[in-house]
Each structure stands twice: as structure tokens, then as C-alpha cells.
Design a protein around this ligand. Structure first.
Ligand SMILES: NC(=O)c1ccc[n+]([C@@H]2O[C@H](COP(=O)([O-])OP(=O)(O)OC[C@H]3O[C@@H](n4cnc5c(N)ncnc54)[C@H](O)[C@@H]3O)[C@@H](O)[C@H]2O)c1
Length: 367
């Protein structure tokens, strides 16, 4: 399969996202021209390490880099302040200096956590992303947001840290569980709706290939998503404007995950439900075309992103929306699509949200 490189240009750094197959074994060679590092700390989780860590280390050692493998437990609970502190101590005890770097080998949890370690160790060392989930390849590994969760909420402490290189090995995602695959597909669908007609049309014609993990189709989807995200973060590195569009589907999606209990509703199902809800709200608030709601629903169904059946309490959901760090000054904001590629980000008043949530909740079964 052809290897592609997409350049990401931001005020704080320009780097390539290399997309292709067999990239784990090529990592050392790709890094060599970018750095004079002596040693890399490879931060990974206990699911990913047995799959790829040996190949990555062999590739780095062949280029003369030393490696320290730091393995953490898998799952969101690992993205914590205490785990970041523990990793910083381990990186220091491995003797990494300013020229050295940190590699994130794993999904979005590892990318966010390892990126935070790279941003803070010695006030910042080089950072490399090797994303191994579809979600991380199409979204979280690009753009430089890193961080950890606090007891008060998700992603509440962090830093912007652009990597020097991202390698998305599209073979590596074949071992993902169906639920993790769906999480990635929801982000692909989100990107397509926000990007516009051409990308959404492409998804409609390739939904089977995406659901079946066809290698060519997956590779093309990753490329399209990375190009889309690259354009967005190049225009707005620090989410002061257009980058907010990446939250499409996440206002309700995060609230569902919060109210149902993290891990109860798969992330992809929660985001897809949030997209369905936001599209309905766009009809009410912006006078958007109801046909778009139907069209988007068909795409999500074809990707296997089922409608949420569980009934959640509308008031609890609204409370969770207010506690999200994305709400501003007590006002909840939604990305509202009017048609593919045409969207606005709006503050919506509680009365309107509550009405929409009541209609939404009443369409569900009993919890
Ligand atoms: N920084 C950003 O811009 C950004 C954007 C979106 C999401 N995120 C963050 O990303 C995180 C979610 O990422 P995720 O969905 O990748 O979760 P994750 O990192 O927890 O990975 C999901 C699961 O898949 C396993 N796994 C990873 N690669 C595998 C592989 N190739 N084969 C088999 N199993 C594998 C992991 O061990 C884990 O159990 C959240 O913390 C979210 O906040 C960050």
C-alpha cells in the first residue's frame, strides 16, 4: 500500500503525519533525520506493548537510539495526574536529557498522557505519536492537545505540545475490538459532516469497506481525516475559533458518557447519538434542512453506529453539559450542522436544550 505524508503546519511547529503499512518497523528510519536524540522513552499500555513494542524498539535500536519501555495499565483511568507524575519520575530515572524524546505508542489515552509528560519533562522534550487506535489515527494524535483527567472532570489539566512526527500504521488497527472500531468511525463521520459534501459522499459509498476494515478504504479515511484536522488546527491551534467544530456531537456525547458512567456506553455510540441530536437541534434552532438529519442517520446506521436505546434523565444530561469544560460562562454550546460543510457553533439556552432533551429522552426505552 502506498505511504502518504500529510504536513501539519501550526505556529508552534510543522510536522508530517505518515500514513501507510509496516510503519512500526520503519519508525527509527523516519525519526533519524529529525533528531539528534540518544534515547527515547516509549510510553505504551499493557494491551499494546505485546503487539508492537518489540518491533518499534528493534527499529529504533537499528538507528542507534536507546529505548526505555514504560508500560501503564490500559484505560481512561490511566490518564491521571498521579500516573503522569509516576511516568515523569521514571523518565528522569532513565536519564533522558533535553535532546531526547518521548514516544506515545497506543490509543488516545496514551497519546494524551505521554504528550503531557513530553510537554512537562525538562519543560518540554521532543514528542512522537504512534497511534494504534482508529480514533487516535483520525483525530487525537494530530493537533497537539495533551493532558490528563482530574477528579473534577476529563482533560482538565494539560498542555499544547505538537509532535515532531506522527506515524499512522493502518495495519495496526486491525486488532481493535468492535467497540473501539466504532469509536474511531464516529470521529470519521464527524469529520466528514463538518468537512463537506465530497467527504460525506465518499463515506456513503465506502461505508461497507469502513465497517469491514478494508485496508485501502481505512487508509484513505485516515488520510482524509488527517488532512481535514490538519487544516483546522493550522487555522486555529489553540481552539480560539474554528477548532471548536471538532466538538461536533460531543456536547451530548460527553454528557451521555458522564451520566451513564464512563465505559457503559461506547464512546462511538455516544458521539453518534450526539451528532443525531445536534442535527435535530439545527433544524429547530437554525432552520436546517430535515433531510440532512435523515441522511446523516443513514450514514451512521451503515457504519454500525446504532442509536442509543438506553433512556437517560434529561435533567442529569443538562447538568453534565454544564459541568463540561467546553461550556462557557455557564452557557452550553453546540456545533450545529445545517448541511455538509456548513455549520455554526452556538450558545443554546437551557430552555431550548431541555425541550429537545425531553423529546429525545421520551424516544428511548426505560433505563
Ligand atoms: N488530544 C486530542 O485531541 C483528543 C481527541 C479525541 C480524543 N482524545 C482522548 O482520547 C482518548 C480515547 O482514545 P482511544 O479511544 O484511542 O482510547 P484508548 O487509548 O483507551 O484505547 C482504547 C483501547 O484499545 C486498546 N488498544 C489500543 N490499540 C490497540 C490495538 N491496535 N489493538 C488492540 N487494542 C488496542 C487500548 O489498550 C485500550 O484498551 C480519551 O481519553 C480522549 O479524551 C484526545
Amino acid at each position: 500500500m502506498e505511504t502518504r505524508a500529510v504536513a501539519v503546519r501550526t505556529p508552534s511547529g510543522t510536522y508530517d503525519v505518515v500514513i501507510g503499512s509496516s510503519l512500526m518497523a520503519a519508525l527509527g528510519g523516519l525519526l533519524r533525520p529529525l533528531t539528534d536524540a540518544r534515547k527515547y522513552a516509549i510510553i505504551t499500555d499493557a494491551n499494546v506493548a505485546p503487539l508492537f513494542a518489540d518491533t518499534v524498539e528493534t527499529s529504533l535500536r537499528a538507528q542507534g537510539f536507546e529505548c526505555a519501555r514504560l508500560v501503564v495499565p490500559p484505560g481512561e483511568a490511566t490518564k491521571s495526574w498521579s500516573q503522569a507524575g509516576e511516568l515523569l519520575e521514571r523518565v528522569a530515572s532513565e536519564g533522558l536529557d533535553r535532546r531526547d524524546g518521548v514516544i506515545a505508542l497506543g490509543g488516545g489515552v496514551i497519546g494524551d498522557l505521554a504528550g503531557f509528560v513530553a510537554a512537562t519533562y525538562l519543560r518540554g522534550v521532543d514528542f512522537v505519536q504512534v497511534p494504534t487506535t482508529l480514533l487516535a489515527q483520525v483525530d487525537s494524535s494530530v493537533g497537539g492537545k495533551t493532558g490528563v483527567d482530574l477528579r473534577a472532570g476529563k482533560n482538565l489539566a494539560g498542555a499544547f505540545k505538537q509532535p515532531i512526527l506522527v506515524t499512522a500504521d493502518t495495519e495496526s488497527v486491525r486488532s481493535l475490538s468492535p467497540s473501539e472500531w466504532a469509536s474511531g468511525l464516529a470521529e470519521v463521520a464527524k469529520s466528514a459532516v463538518i468537512e463537506g459534501e465530497e467527504f460525506l459522499g465518499w463515506i456513503e459509498s465506502r461505508s461497507e469497506g469502513l465497517a469491514d476494515r478494508d485496508a485501502q478504504v481505512v487508509s484513505e479515511a485516515v488520510r482524509r481525516c488527517v488532512e481535514f484536522k490538519s487544516r483546522v488546527v493550522s487555522a486555529d491551534e489553540r481552539e480560539e475559533g474554528v477548532r471548536e467544530c471538532l466538538n461536533y456531537g460531543h456536547t451530548l456525547g460527553h454528557a451521555i458518557e458522564n451520566v451513564a458512567g464512563y465505559g457503559t456506553v461506547p464512546h462511538g455510540v455516544a458521539v453518534a447519538e450526539g451528532m443525531r441530536f445536534a442535527a435535530e437541534m439545527a433544524v429547530r434552532v437554525c432552520g436546517a434542512d430535515p433531510n440532512f438529519v435523515e441522511r446523516q442517520a443513514r450514514v451512521l446506521d451503515k457504519l454500525g453506529l446504532r442509536t442509543l436505546t438506553q433512556r437517560l434523565d434529561a435533567k442529569e444530561i443538562l447538568r453534565a453539559m454544564h459541568s463540561d469544560k467546553k461550556s462557557r460562562g455557564g452557557v452550553v454550546r453546540f456545533v450545529l450542522p445545517e448541511q455538509p460543510g456548513v455549520w455554526s457553533c452556538r450558545a443554546v439556552d437551557d430552555g431550548t436544550i431541555e425541550e429537545s432533551l425531553e423529546v429525545w429522552a421520551s424516544s428511548k426505552g426505560r433505563s
